[in-house]
Design a binder for this molecule. Sequence first.
Ligand SMILES: [Zn+2]
Length: 430
Amino acid sequence: MADVFADLVGQDEAVAILRRAAASAAALLHASTVPAARAGGPAADAAPPAGAAPDPTAGPAAAGAGAGPGAGMTHAWIFTGPPGSGRSVAARAFAAALQCVHGTGCGGCPGCHTTMTGTHADVRLVVPEGLSIGVGEMRALVLRAASTPSGGRWQVVIISDADRLTEAAGNALLKAIEEPPPRTVFLLCAPSTHPDDVSVTIRSRCRIVALRQPPAAAVAEVLVRRDGIAPDVAEWAAAAAQGHVGRARRLARDPEARQRRDAVLAVPRRLTGVGAAFDAASALIEAAEAEAAASVAELDEGERAALQTALGAGGTGRGAAAAMRGAAGQLKDLEKRQKSRATRAQRDALDRALVDLAGFYRDALASALRAPVAPVHTDTAALAEAGAQKWAAEGALRRLEAVLECRAAIEANVKPRIAVEAMMLALWKG
Ligand SMILES: [Zn+2]
């Protein structure tokens, strides 16, 4: 059985930190359950009892100071890194290591196994379905996180997109992190520690684990080893996905994902005039909408059916009218949540397309500069080279910037169609 950190590709430094922390956490538990260890076990010497709240004035620095065996552990962590670098993979692996009965993340014990498969009673994962995580969800979570761990180790809360917390939800979380329940560990994942992603006050209470964009060779290696993908396909997909492990696997396995990518990479040669630029914008937006609709349709239908069953559709008699009114409210709530999730899925799909497109212009720029780097998209490398000859480095750079500006504009809530149309015009005019 593979170690829980095995899928964390190209992140040796982060893995070393997390292993040390897991060992410290195990030492803390050991110290609190075996008082006699105080005399004999070196692990118990410097470790405070696990029930003691960390000194709130000490800050995260104290946790990493390396003063004693318990010092590698702290109760709040932020995992940062570019999309696809494995932020949530790292958080889950660390959660497993904390629940591991051997304290190291062996991958084989019940603690590791149930955490990795998402069934551990003391590990809660928050994945926002809409554009943000609301305060209601966060309060409920914080409340449950304060309970005693049923497995006798740690209550672990993983927040997979901490940058999507609403301000009120962030405040609810901050309160919990400031006064942490004794056996609770918060693992936050965010693209960066920029104040736009994580508030300064939350950040100041957390220890930060920075993940890097894994090199293509490391991504290809894991696709071959773990997913049984042929080496040549794995190599192509790893380069095309630009270090995004999940995206690389999808490209290697899903013909539809490859088709969508082909359509995006056909954009540069289709831009022959103003009309064509607007057509290309429409096509890109509609493709993202279709991809998003397909990804959430099944989920939506299942939720609707489950809610209708729970509400006992078709009931009669006393209370039925009141129940109907309540049911209408719940259905409306569900529809609202589903709409928010659909918007998020559309944005994610569009963003993937923009990252692919940026890769093409980055290849053109590298070619114009004769930079000794491998192309992102090996299959359109010849086209990128032709573009480089036509545009020169300046023209390729302007186009790359147009794509990146479009991503930034959508992130800043500009209507996607408007941002994409402006980008297509800029790509055409150069
Ligand atoms: Zn284990």
